[in-house]
Design a protein around this ligand. Structure first.
Ligand code: CMX
Ligand code: CO
Length: 145
């Protein structure tokens, strides 16, 4: 992905969040509160992703604690298979459609062919972990002001 100047452009503008799968959301929130003195910044159930999430702000990024709304959801299956732990990395981008097109051109396997709504009014899309060495990657575009 190059600009007119021929230089590689900044595609990823920030780490938006680190997603962490937990089996007991309230216990995890309490643990982060006690350990780091952080208070939840946002809480939301994203029904189509099958998750309830709590965000703690860290600088310009977030810690995203994720609990499954049921066993047959991405996080529910992950917890059953692997247990609690880091689930995905969310990278912030300016133009999610442009980045998705770029990844498609490179033949990188995607979960989402098209962007979809995420939490906080964001637009998100996932690339498959098999395309990034076992790391589930989420692209996140901030809500337009
Ligand atoms: N990180 C790394 N690898 C993962 C993974 C994850 N989070 N989730 C599953 N995998 C691996 C499994 O270990 C498995 O590997 P092997 O084939 O080596 O055993 C493989 O992917 C397939 O696992 P599966 O249990 O059969 O799961 P599915 O193929 O049904 O789904 C995935 C995998 C990535 C397509 C699915 O989890 C998905 O669509 N994720 C994107 C959506 C999501 O995670 N939403 C919740 C977060 C919401 C948010 O951040 O807002
Ligand atoms: Co996420």
């Amino acid at each position: 992905m190059t600009s007119h100047s021929g230089k590689v452009r900044d595609v990823l503008t920030d780490v938006d969040h680190v997603g962490i799968a937990v089996s007991d959301l309230e216990a995890a929130v309490e643990h982060y509160r006690r350990a780091f003195g952080v208070e939840p910044d946002h809480r939301e159930t994203v029904a189509d992703q099958g998750v309830e999430e709590v965000l703690f702000k860290v600088g310009t990024s977030y810690i995203q604690l994720l609990a499954a709304t049921g066993p047959d959801t991405p996080v529910g299956k992950f917890l059953a298979k692997r247990g609690e732990g880091v689930h995905h990395i969310g990278y912030r981008v300016d133009d999610i459609r442009e980045v998705l097109t770029h990844l498609k051109e490179l033949g990188i396997p995607l979960v989402d062919q098209e962007p979809r709504p995420g939490s906080r009014g964001t637009t998100v899309a996932f690339a498959h972990p098999k395309g990034f060495g076992g790391v589930l990657v989420e692209l996140v575009q901030e809500p337009q002001p």
